[in-house]
Ligand binder design. Structure first.
Ligand code: IMP
Ligand code: MG
Length: 332
């Protein structure tokens, strides 16, 4: 088995979908696996000129690659069926391509109702937290107990080990700053948004080949805590970068790239390749800053900031040929 993992190094919304899409176009995979989260995630994908927003179903489906929702996820059956219909309506063939691990837990209406009352964390109100709580309290319901899901269910062990030579692309949701253990608790999501979360879905560590860490050249966060600092530039970044939630439409708070968070996420995830997205947005505001040790460092040009990050990532063992500064919506 070979596995590549795509992991978000910040607070979600760093365009992991674009990186997954790129990898699927350029390498051969037998499976794509969503490894954490529920329909709190919103992946915006531009495929053959059409815009799709998926919440549950991994991007492999756009390429006819078997796409699996793994047991590290929680699944809302109604949302899932809706997504299948939307993909079909958009001309995407889902037949025999979309699967759910039978041991994946489900999000119920009661979970959504409870999450809908959240006042503190600023959740997406999709029932994520209560579904994971019930899973760990051993009172949850698994996909194998939901009749409508029957046509999609698989035994992930058989799927990965009986067909031989699986080459799996693991696609994460949310990000390091929202991880249940490593994020800013309690302002976190309820799943593991790290490489650790991916391998827990039946991927042995020795199978891992590349870990693609995805970040933006600035940061955004949606949720209950104050994140944005006083600077009118962030309103500009929000508008130019279209920083509004794909799932809830909420404005995302913006701030400069935090080097300390990036360093921690790169180390803990064992990142081999880094993609820094949305260079085009900072080019438009033409202000180049990084937060390090609680202070803002200002650079006189884009090149100077790139040099700083390339040098710093180099100290973490990432060669410049494996660092991508991306200024495009649909390529890295
Ligand atoms: P929950 O995952 O809905 O419980 O929300 C917990 C926190 O994670 C909130 O701050 C959400 O805004 C944030 N969150 C959850 N999913 C995403 C995502 O896909 N992108 C960005 N933030 C997210
Ligand atoms: Mg998103």
């Amino acid at each position: 088995m070979i596995a590549d993992i795509v992991v978000d190094l910040q607070y979600g919304d760093c365009a992991k979908g674009k990186v997954t899409h790129h990898l699927l176009k350029n390498s051969k995979y037998t499976h794509v696996l969503r490894y954490n989260g529920g329909c709190n995630a919103g992946h915006t994908i531009f495929h053959e000129g059409k815009k799709f927003i998926t919440h549950h179903i991994p991007a492999g489906v756009f390429f006819g690659v078997k796409s699996i929702i793994g047991p590290g996820c929680v699944l809302d059956p109604r949302e899932f069926m809706k997504e299948i219909s939307e993909l079909k309506a958009g001309g995407i063939n889902t037949e025999g391509k979309v699967f759910i691990a039978e041991n994946t837990h489900v999000i119920t209406n009661a979970h959504k109702e409870e999450d809908g009352k959240d006042q503190k964390i600023g959740t997406t109100k999709r029932g994520n937290g209560p579904a994971y709580r019930d899973k760990y309290a051993r009172t949850g319901i698994r996909s194998e107990n939901i009749p409508e899901l029957k046509p999609y269910l698989i035994d992930l062990y058989k799927e990965f080990y009986e067909a031989g030579n699986a080459v799996i692309l693991c696609e994460g949701a949310q990000g390091f700053g929202l991880d249940i253990d490593w994020g800013d608790y309690p302002y976190v999501t309820s799943s593991h948004c790290t490489v650790g979360g991916a391998i827990q879905n039946g991927i042995p560590p020795k199978a891992v080949r590349n870990v693609w860490g995805v970040a933006k050249i600035y940061e955004t966060y949606v949720g209950g805590k104050k994140f944005e600092t006083e600077n009118p530039i962030f309103q500009k970044i929000r508008e130019i970068g279209e920083e509004y939630g794909a799932t809830t439409g909420r404005p995302r708070q913006c701030n400069w790239l935090n080097w300390n968070l990036l360093e921690k996420a790169v180390r803990i995830n064992g990142v081999t390749n880094v993609v820094l997205n949305k260079m085009d947005v900072l080019q438009k505001v033409n202000m180049w800053r990084v937060l390090k040790d609680g202070k803002e460092i200002e650079f006189s040009s884009e090149e100077k900031m790139k040099d700083f990050l390339t040098e710093k990532l180099g100290t973490l063992g990432i060669e410049s040929k494996n660092i991508y500064f991306s200024a495009h919506k649909d390529k890295i």
